[in-house]
Design a protein around this ligand. Structure first.
Ligand code: 2BA
Length: 107
């Protein structure tokens, strides 16, 4: 058995959880904060049999890959007042660890 521990962007967590649970995976969601940006993200833990690890990783990947999203900016310089400029920001993303589970029990 493995424990998949994934730190998921808050942009993607809803889609990741919806799709994992719809595939009957058991998931626990923990509120977390990135040490670098000090912004909120979500850590999920998911205990699965070894042969299901790839399915969990693929589901997380499918719904949380980093992508560029347009945001509307404004030049606002000199005599040309506030022309809308296309600017992009990165959204989404996940970081995944897979750990061996020594014991698993439920009471
Ligand atoms: P990512 O590498 O995509 O990491 C997103 C979040 O995933 C991180 O949030 C952190 O919460 C977690 N994470 C990533 N790698 C980890 C690891 N090896 N161990 C534990 N947790 C891990 P933040 O720490 O706020 O980082 C946000 C983004 O800032 C990172 O995106 C990366 O692009 C950049 N970054 C992080 N640390 C950096 C550093 N020391 N130098 C330069 N850039 C850094």
């Amino acid at each position: 058995m493995k424990l998949v521990l994934a730190i998921v962007s808050d942009d993607d967590i809803h889609a990741v959880l919806t799709n994992l649970t719809s595939k009957q995976f058991y998931v626990t969601k923990l509120a977390s904060t990135g040490g670098f940006l000090k912004a909120g993200n979500t850590t999920i833990i998911c205990g699965v049999d070894d042969d299901k690890v790839e399915a969990v990783i693929e589901t997380i990947k499918e719904h949380s890959e980093k992508r560029e999203v347009p945001i509307v900016g404004s030049s606002g310089m000199g005599a040309v007042p506030h022309i809308a400029m296309p600017i992009h920001a990165t959204a989404g993303g996940s970081t995944i660890f897979v750990l061996d589970v020594e014991q698993f029990m439920k009471f």
